[in-house]
Design a protein around this ligand. Structure first.
Ligand code: ADP
Length: 232
């Protein structure tokens, strides 16, 4: 399994490295200031991409410990995490002229959990909603209490996910072809990381989608019982 993963992820490194290599080659031979600026920008984009892939691999390995030791448990206010994520994604949202609706249940209580990891899980899901929704579309984020759990729903009016892909999207490095065409930044680790984080919190992540119409992601976080509180 590890060998397969290393082979697949090596592929993801190859493209940015090839772009960096060729950009550096042309840069050395170009006098034109405008062209040089463009090449430097291209280099920076690819370096950032490599940094992001490395960070995701690192996160994945840390979470692989599969125990709550991978978590720094404290108190989590889900609505606040959503607020942080929306601020972080605002430039991307504005750039695509997306309409955002937030419907947050203010009666949610703080729950035990790892705020940084959960923020990452929510971020990955909302970032996908942004990435896979064409300009001018809508995204809605909702929170509410359900039986002994807190529910976060992220809904978009994006490209959607075919049923054949939907069953694989939480697997490492899985990307639907349509997604590749629309957004070339991801490597297919975001949702598997989100799922691992939810599972470590004894929670769940689920997806529904209608191709061409949009997707709905549900993150379900238990309001922890005794066992969980002890491990905190
Ligand atoms: P990526 O880095 O490709 O975004 P993810 O693990 O976050 O990787 O998602 C896996 C795949 O699931 C994506 O490549 C895309 O095919 C699909 N996907 C995830 N979220 C959405 C969404 N909101 N709308 C459409 N497709 C999505």
């Amino acid at each position: 399994m590890l060998n397969n993963f290393i082979r697949d992820i090596s592929h993801e490194f190859r493209t940015p490295l090839a772009v960096i290599d060729s950009s550096a080659y042309i840069l050395r031979r170009t006098e034109d200031a405008e062209k040089r600026d463009l090449l430097v920008e291209r280099l920076t984009t690819q370096v950032n991409r490599l940094v992001r892939i490395l960070e995701e691999i690192l996160t994945m390995t840390e979470l692989d410990m599969q125990t709550t030791e991978a978590l720094s448990l404290s108190s989590v206010a889900v609505n606040e995490l959503i607020g942080d994520v929306m601020i972080e994604l605002a430039p991307l949202v504005d750039g695509k002229r997306l309409r955002i609706t937030e419907n947050l249940d203010l009666s949610l209580t703080a729950i035990p959990g790892d705020p940084e990891r959960l923020r990452r899980a929510i971020f990955n899901v909302v970032q996908n909603a942004v990435n896979y929704t064409p300009d001018g579309g809508s995204i809605s984020v909702q929170t509410r209490n359900i039986d002994s759990a807190q529910l976060i729903e992220v809904k978009d009016t994006g490209i959607g996910i075919e049923a054949d892909d939907l069953i694989h999207i939480f697997e490492r490095l899985y990307r639907a072809d349509k997604a590749r065409a629309i957004e070339d930044n991801g490597v297919g680790l975001g949702l598997s990381i989100a799922k691992q984080i939810l599972v470590l919190h004894r929670g769940k992540i689920q997806a529904e989608s209608i191709p061409g119409q949009g997707s709905l992601f549900r993150l379900i976080l238990p309001v922890a019982g005794d066992e969980y509180a002890r491990s905190a």
